[in-house]
Design a protein around this ligand. Structure first.
Ligand code: CA
Length: 226
């Protein structure tokens, strides 16, 4: 059964979540502040992190950002602040879902199951071949086919496409894409990302594939399989 890391500084909420999750058969690890969260994260490698936003020592944003430097583990944010801004920011930082307090434990369990299901179906395609709707990507051979016809991508276009299809529906800023695809040391600017996305879309469109790479205005890009 999946291993869940619950990060919450309020003891009553933490214990309530533990109780419900264990009842559902999950294995539960607990952390009561941001530093403990990162420590547990590295020692227990959980399958999902339930992360409170307001935490002592390091807050949820910081913890989320730290985790995302090394891991794509699904993260569900818990927050008392229900504003849309927080929601978007949380997802931009790489959280997978968001639950506003007060919540019912039953809702939390349902959301955890949904996120885990989604994560598992993504990791199936994370093998070395990714295929859907006429698009086939072979990671080892660095080959992309659109409706059976090979399309030629530059190495960076290929890496960018591979990254996006393996993280569907998640919005990435240009800075995040630079970090993930080009690496932290890359000296160019964010327009590089726009140029590559543009070329990638053109090539996919020429190949007869309606582009699934969407622009999220003011934030960045995401891959949205139709
Ligand atoms: Ca809190």
């Amino acid at each position: 059964m999946a291993n869940i890391l619950v990060v919450e500084d309020e003891e009553s909420v933490r214990e309530l979540l533990r109780l419900y999750l264990e009842k559902e058969g999950f294995k539960v690890e607990l952390a009561s502040d941001g530093e403990e969260a990162l420590d547990k994260m590295s020692r227990t490698s959980p399958d999902l992190v339930l992360l409170d936003l307001m935490l002592p020592k390091k807050d949820g944003w910081e913890v989320c950002r730290e985790i995302r430097k090394t891991s794509y583990v699904p993260i569900i944010m818990l927050t008392a602040r229900g504003e849309e801004f927080d929601k978007v920011l949380g997802l931009e930082l790489g959280a997978d879902d968001y639950i506003a307090k007060p919540f019912s434990p039953r809702e939390v369990v349902a959301r955890i199951k949904a996120v885990l299901r989604r994560a598992n179906s993504t990791s199936l395609s994370r093998g070395r071949i990714w295929e859907t709707l006429g698009l086939k990507i072979d990671y080892e051979a660095k080959k992309v086919e659109a409706k059976g016809r090979e399309i030629n991508l530059t190495p960076k276009e290929f890496e960018l496409l591979w990254f996006l299809v393996n993280h569907p529906r998640r919005v990435y800023t240009r800075e995040q894409l630079l970090e993930h695809v080009w690496g932290y040391d890359f000296a160019g600017d964010t327009r590089t990302v726009d140029t590559h996305i543009k070329r990638l879309r053109e090539k996919l469109t020429e190949g007869g594939i309606a582009s699934s790479i969407k622009t999220v205005w003011g934030y960045g890009y995401k891959f949205e399989p139709e």
